[in-house]
Design a protein around this ligand. Structure first.
Ligand code: FES
Length: 105
């Protein structure tokens, strides 16, 4: 039987790197928490092109550049914007509640 989804705290907002990408380990999941110009978003941390952790890449508040081959993703929508990245990032439904970043899983 499938477990019901619920909101889970993953990191206090105060612990985020301001204006940057913060890596968060949540159980077996490696997540990237982006402090974007439009608010906090969360994706799976691994690049969809290879195995690089996107939190090691360059983040400008809107886009994240992969540290390995410089593929580019929109950190708000997950869209792949520049080759060799072609597959969208898997974004997780997220929100900020009571000072914590939460994901709905
Ligand atoms: Fe990210 Fe290749 S591993 S662009």
């Amino acid at each position: 039987m499938a477990r019901e989804k619920s909101w889970q705290d993953i990191i206090p907002v105060a612990d985020l790197m301001k204006g940057d990408a913060t890596p968060v380990q949540f159980g077996a999941r490696e997540l990237a928490v982006f402090d974007t110009v439009e608010g906090v978003t969360v994706s799976m941390a691994r690049c969809t092109h290879g195995a690089a952790n996107l939190c090691d890449g360059y983040f400008d508040g809107k886009t994240i550049e992969c540290p390995l081959h410089q593929g580019l993703f929109d950190a708000r929508s997950g869209e792949a914007l520049a080759a060799p990245a072609r597959v969208k990032l898997r974004m997780l439904e997220s929100r900020v509640q009571d000072g914590n970043v939460q994901i709905y899983i």
